[in-house]
Design a protein around this ligand. Structure first.
Ligand code: COA
Length: 119
């Protein structure tokens, strides 16, 4: 494929090729608006909490770096929507802090257990 493939680790920068647990390679990249229909479909297939299209679009506009999709064999098979919030720390009691919030995460059944969600 001509692209560098890395093992599962924790940092996403640009379009990353990652070798999953069974050896198949998946891609993590930022959401693009052309992914909208696929992400809506995945959300409806795998989760009971379903959102209208504008919810995904609003999230993309507000937190474009925190809306990630996974591709396997050239098609989007999973997504993760995150945002940073301010609230009370669970670790330092009584102190305000920034918190990462996973809004929604879903991976199609045929692409599970590769490490997509945890990567
Ligand atoms: C939860 C979900 C996103 C995990 O996706 P994934 O890419 O398969 O996850 P990973 O491969 O990174 O697995 C990480 C770990 O999660 C756990 N896990 C993942 N899928 C699991 C399953 N079906 N049953 C039990 N544990 C599971 C395991 O501990 C796994 O590690 P392991 O394979 O070493 O045992 C996916 O199963 C999914 O879309 N489920 C339906 C939607 C959902 O429940 N979303 C979370 C609530 S918003």
């Amino acid at each position: 494929m001509g692209e560098e493939v890395r093992d599962i680790s924790s940092k996403l920068s640009g379009r990353e090729y990652i070798r999953g647990r069974d050896g198949r390679v998946f891609v993590l990249r930022e959401f693009e608006i052309t992914d909208l229909n696929t992400v809506v479909m995945i959300n409806r297939r795998v989760l009971p909490e379903n959102y209208p299209e504008f919810f995904f679009v609003e999230h993309y506009r507000s937190f474009p770096k925190a809306f990630i999709v996974a591709e396997l064999d050239g098609r989007v098979v999973g997504y993760m929507m995150n945002r940073v919030e301010f609230g009370w720390s669970y670790i330092w009691k009584g102190k305000p802090t920034r918190k990462g919030h996973v809004i929604s995460i879903g991976v199609l059944p045929e692409a599970r257990r590769l490490g997509i969600a945890t990567t």
